[in-house]
Design a protein around this ligand. Structure first.
Ligand code: BV8
Ligand code: ZN
Length: 246
């Protein structure tokens, strides 16, 4: 793959790099995306399941949907895209700001991660906020009850209409603002306020690089678009870096 010289120059001089990622980076780990042709939301619209109202209306249905997704995540492995991002930590100050709840960046070895939309492996009681990691819950398909107070236990993910965890969002935003390069990988860039992150990077003077199999809402806004699979492109970027950084 031949990268344009301007990008290679940026890679050479950069110190801080941010990866803003979405479901597309986990597609090659066989985790379905949200809005793609195989998207999980093609079969239903997100507000139907990924909202507190939906959970209160039908807790067993929403819990079962997350249980199914957790099973997929447990079978999934980090792919070369996740691994390349972790590998770049040897050469740069790398921060991952992800919309994904699948824990694959952490499992790939990334150490600085802001999870804007929570993590499917964590759950909490809606009454007393006791936290439960998935393995501590008997994995039934009916919503678990809190061992302390009997309240309903929900996934620790950000549903539509819910605030993002403030520390995660502001931490990700600050990393983006101070970054030299901000990669936008595998996201349709339609969900807010998450999509403000790459915009903060641009405002902070960062060089914006999009990695996606197709153009998105952000494509006209980035400095450089790399069309292709994240699992193929990101390892090639790591190879380039190794040429001049070793
Ligand atoms: C908020 C966690 C307000 C749960 C998710 C009506 C009511 C309430 C709010 C709204 C509303 N209308 C609009 C809003 C705002 C709403 C929003 O942005 N809606 C969108 C749909 C318009 N936002 C919210 O509700 C947020 N909260 O606004 O609160 C508020 C304010 C103050 C006080 C109180 C409240 C909360 C948003 C978070 C929702 N939770 N997930 C769960 O996962 O179940 S969002 C969900 O979408 C995932 O997190 C996902 O990551 C995210 C974004 O999707 P993508 O990651 O981009 O995935 P997608 O499938 O779309 O795209 C995949 C891309 O990858 C594609 O571009 C594809 O081409 C590419 N690709 C595919 N394969 C590859 C690839 N690229 C590279 N390589 C490949 N191999
Ligand atoms: Zn409780």
């Amino acid at each position: 793959m031949n990268f344009k010289q301007e990008f290679l120059d940026k890679l050479l001089s950069a110190k801080k790099i941010v990866f803003f990622t979405g479901a597309g980076i986990s597609a090659e780990s066989n985790i379905p995306t949200f809005r793609g042709k195989d998207g999980i939301w093609n079969k239903m619209n997100p507000e139907e399941l990924a909202s507190f109202d939906a959970f209160m209306r039908n807790p067993d249905l929403v819990w079962e949907w997350y249980q199914q997704r957790r099973d997929i995540v447990h079978k999934a492995q980090p792919n070369p895209g996740h691994v390349a991002i972790a590998g770049l930590e040897k050469h740069y100050d790398v921060t991952v700001v992800t919309q994904n709840i699948d824990n694959l960046h952490r499992r790939a070895g990334s150490t600085k991660i802001f999870e804007l939309h929570g993590n499917i492996e964590r759950n909490f009681c809606i009454e007393c906020h006791t936290f439960y990691n998935s393995p501590d819950l008997e994995t039934t398909n009916t919503v678990p009850k809190c061992k302390k107070c009997g309240g309903l236990v929900r996934p620790d993910v950000v549903w539509f209409g819910e605030m993002l965890p403030q520390d995660e969002f502001s931490g990700g935003e600050k990393a983006a603002e101070w970054s030299d390069i901000c990669f936008v990988v595998g996201t349709s860039a339609v969900v807010y306020p998450a999509t403000y992150i790459p915009m903060s990077a641009k405002r902070g003077g960062s060089y914006l690089v999009e990695v996606n199999i197709e153009s998105t809402e952000l494509s006209s806004y980035v400095d450089y678009s790399l069309f292709g699979k994240a699992g193929e492109i990101l390892p090639k970027i790591l190879e380039e870096v190794k040429k001049f950084k070793n």
